[in-house]
Design a protein around this ligand. Structure first.
Ligand SMILES: *Cc1c(COP(=O)(O)O)cnc(C)c1O
Length: 368
């Protein structure tokens, strides 16, 4: 008996788009000494949030609030918005899935940047959308080309990650704002701002909640140090936000995660401390890169793209050597961005290990 998958599912490969460090650890049969490859925050969540989450374990037998009411209010307050402007979901990754489900039918066009954050593409494929890709320009996403492509194919969604992952670069507030002046009215702009907490306020665009064409994605996974809790949110016009209720998994949010995110919003000191520690760590990474004769891409995030100086094959050898020495890092998928490796901010111990093993990895790559 054949298994009656949908046509879309029949056409797709089974894949895990990001091979997790756990899979690599199983294969290497060792635990990474430095986990600085997934842009997680090694500095962890707010101690207050951890305390609240421990207490919340007693109530884990209850479902979480399907409206995420308290958390939505607190997020709205952080942004001087109303709760109707906020959707809470299972990380940005989960929300991107709902977004695509709301707008993309089989055969619809969607625009993104080749080599930019891939999870969005995975959702588009899963709903049968057609990905049309702009190119990086000087390691930045290129709004001119993105808009031109979105307009000419009447894209349902145009995805922009700002700051960008994997390069860490940003398009400034004016540039992003001007996208909306030029984008045709049928395209939704999905602004993935996973790293917004690391960006000075005046570098972020002043758009969103009054415009029915924009949805801005934020997360507790990076600066708030709660990647494993899976809490993301989306800012937008109430009409767009309420439409998510048609498709979202209403009980998808873990109760403990809701409580932890709420508590972490109240601990601004911890957030500021993390931002400072990230800045210090990035400076160390820059110094290590330069000591080894490598250029870096200026970053607005908690990670740094280090240009290993040659092509993607060379950078892959550097990466493989680091991994074999217990240092988890990643690299961009597309050329010429894949001349770089992408290293997340880490503890002082992590930086010491990177300082020790990066020159070894570079030498080994040159020898091979
Ligand atoms: C890390 C990252 C995400 C994932 O966010 P979650 O809330 O953990 O799903 C989304 N977008 C970009 C650009 C990221 O770098």
């Amino acid at each position: 008996m054949p298994i009656n998958y949908t046509q879309i599912v029949r056409s797709l490969p089974s894949s895990v788009p990001f091979v997790g460090p756990e899979a690599q650890e199983r294969e290497l049969d060792r635990i990474f000494d430095a986990r600085i490859g997934a842009n997680e925050s090694v500095f962890g969540p707010s101690p207050q949030a951890m305390e609240e989450m421990k207490k919340a374990m007693n109530s884990i037998w209850m479902y979480g609030d399907p409206e995420n009411f308290d958390l939505k209010l607190a997020i709205a307050k952080k942004h001087n918005l109303n709760a109707e402007n906020i959707l809470v979901g299972e990380g940005i990754d989960g929300i991107l899935g709902y977004l695509v489900r709301m707008f993309v039918e089989q055969g619809d066009n969607v625009v993104t940047t080749d080599g930019s954050y891939p999870t969005f593409n995975y959702h588009v494929n899963g709903y049968g959308g057609i990905l049309i890709k702009a190119k990086f320009k000087n390691d930045h996403e290129n709004p001119d080309e993105l808009v031109e492509k979105a307009n000419s194919c009447k894209a349902k969604i145009m995805y922009v990650s700002n700051p960008n992952n994997p390069m860490g670069t940003i398009n400034n507030a004016n540039t992003i704002e001007s996208i909306l002046e030029n984008l045709n009215q049928e395209t939704i702009l999905c602004l993935d701002e996973a790293y917004a907490d690391f960006v000075p306020e005046n570098e972020l665009p002043k758009i969103g909640e009054t415009n029915k064409q924009v949805l801005r994605m934020r997360t507790f996974s990076k600066a708030y140090g709660m990647a494993g809790a899976r809490v993301g949110y989306c800012i937008g016009h109430p009409d767009l936000i309420s439409s998510f209720d048609k498709v979202r998994n209403h009980f998808g949010m873990c109760r403990v995660s809701q409580i932890g995110a709420l508590a972490s919003l109240e601990d601004k000191d911890h957030l500021n401390l993390v931002i400072e520690k990230v800045r210090n760590s990035i400076q160390k990474l820059e110094t290590i890169a330069k000591e080894n004769g490598c250029e870096v891409i200026p970053t607005y995030t908690n990670f740094l793209a280090i240009d290993c100086g040659f092509d993607g094959l060379f950078a892959k050898k550097v990466l493989d050597n680091l991994v074999s020495n217990g240092i988890f890092v990643r690299m961009p998928f597309t050329s010429p961005q894949n001349r770089c490796i992408r290293v997340s901010a880490g503890t002082e111990d992590d930086m010491e290990l990177f300082k020790k093993f990066f020159p070894i990895a570079l030498n080994e790559a040159k020898r091979l």
